[in-house]
Design a protein around this ligand. Structure first.
Ligand SMILES: Cc1ncc(COP(=O)(O)O)c(C=O)c1O
Length: 435
């Protein structure tokens, strides 16, 4: 067997650093060891790098690639759409078709606003919430991530980030997530522990200027922690009682854990939902979905909804093509089966090797971590994991032909096969032996 090498990626990374700020196009990507890999091509569940290595891909571009790489039907529809023009800045049928399809699939969606990224969808949802309530403050939770805009980005704790929490925040202040960020914007943010209904109730009752509670439906960005039974229901009751808008940020869970998103899976009806990532299967498209009452603030012009490329033909065609594939019989059962097979296989291998670890997940998205904790049910216990050893494990996995994110979050796609799962578990077995 030839030895694993990343020489070409290393050379390209050095070149990239001379012209591309930070050497990567999104800061998280610099975390990959031994070097941020340069992809050459990809298809199905496989991705190849410029050194000729092939990997079974569980990074899936940080989540969007629910159909895997270069899905033939998706590609054909995109190519066909491009023949008729990439974007018009005029109205077109694709926008209506996509908005209509979203209202059919997502329980919360009576009306829809289209944008380009998860960050933008969250920005719009927060504006709608403030316009609706006439109040200012935002409640969000430790360990959640809602994009990188000034009003919401704080102390994102990812092991992928070079700078996990920017210095400079005074005691009791919400720290900015990055250098150069407005601190004033965060003065309207209240940061709470998640999965703690009593803490939420106390905070919501203590302040009558709260416009919105925003939460991931599953804490995917910090340990893939599911909500405790009754927690989201309590959030729903409290926000309704106190006249606060409830936003579930489903940028990861939307179309990943169910065709109706996590809110359908859990039977919760928030006021607004943000979706992105899997919606476009790798093409930039996102949306805010909600009741007609809330979306009326966009209808009547109280809230401006802007964006040169909003509703562009490539994005709408990508989303419609993705939803067509995801609407086929058995797709979510297969995603769930594949995700659960990898998760339970990892648990067995950890036991076999006598390594203490936890795999938390909801079917096709899960987090693997090394930890002495018996359970990881909140952000505090998640922070006790051994992130350094995991990053070393992720590096060993590359040499075994499996691409995983250095933070521990895994995604599966509709095209991962049983043979992929088997090969992945064998690779994990070898990597754990070397740890
Ligand atoms: C829950 C959640 N919300 C929002 C975002 C921001 O999305 P984007 O990176 O498309 O701006 C992310 C990105 O990872 C996310 O995980």
């Amino acid at each position: 067997m030839s030895t694993y090498t990343t020489t070409q990626s290393a050379a390209k990374y050095a070149e990239s650093q001379t012209v591309l700020a930070g050497g990567v196009a999104s800061s998280l990507r610099a975390a990959m060891k031994p070097v941020p890999l340069f992809a050459e091509s990809a298809s199905g569940s496989r991705i190849r790098d410029v050194d000729g290595n092939e990997y079974i891909d569980y990074l899936l571009a940080y989540g969007p690639l629910i159909l895997g790489h270069a899905n033939p039907s998706f590609n054909a529809k995109l190519a066909e759409a491009l023949q008729r023009g990439a974007t018009y800045g005029l109205q077109h049928e694709g926008e209506i078709a996509l908005a209509r399809r979203l209202t059919e699939l997502l329980p919360v969606a009576e009306k829809v606003a289209l944008s380009g990224s998860g960050t933008e969808a969250v920005m719009l949802a927060l504006r709608v919430a403030r316009a609706h309530t006439g109040k200012k403050k935002i409640v969000r939770f430790h360990g959640h991530y809602h994009g990188w805009s000034d009003t919401i980005f704080t102390s994102f704790p990812s092991a992928d980030m070079r700078q996990s929490s920017a210095a400079g925040a005074g005691a009791g202040k919400v720290p900015p997530g990055t250098g150069g960020q407005s601190e004033i914007a965060l003065e309207e943010v209240i940061l709470l522990p998640w999965n703690d209904a009593d803490a939420l109730e106390a905070a919501l009752r203590a302040d009558n200027d709260i416009a919105v509670v925003i939460s991931e439906a599953v804490m995917c960005n910090s340990g893939c922690i599911a909500p405790k039974p009754g927690y989201l229901e309590r959030m729903r009751e409290l926000t309704r009682e106190l006249g606060i808008v409830m936003v579930l940020d489903e940028v990861i869970t939307g179309f990943r854990v169910n065709i109706g998103g996590a809110h359908a899976r859990f039977g919760i009806k928030p006021d607004l939902v943000t979706i992105g990532k899997a919606l476009g299967n790798g093409i930039g498209v996102s949306a805010v979905c909600g009741s007609k009452e809330l979306m009326a603030h966009i209808d009547n012009g109280t809230v401006s909804h802007l964006g040169t490329l909003n509703g562009n033909c490539v994005g709408t065609a990508a989303a419609l093509a993705t939803l067509a594939e995801l609407s086929k019989d058995g797709v979510y059962e297969k995603l769930e089966r594949t995700g659960n097979a990898v998760q339970s296989g990892i648990r067995s291998l950890l036991a076999k090797h006598g390594i203490k670890g936890i795999v938390n997940g909801v079917g096709p998205v899960f987090h693997m971590m090394f930890t002495n904790e018996e359970k990881v049910e909140n952000f505090a216990s998640f922070n006790k994991r051994d992130a350094g050893t995991y990053s070393r494990f992720a590096e060993l996995m590359l040499a075994e032909g499996v691409l995983v994110r250095p933070s521990g979050l895994w995604y599966v796609s509709t095209v991962h096969t049983d043979a992929d799962v088997e090969a992945t578990l064998q690779a994990i077995d070898r990597a754990l032996a070397k740890l």
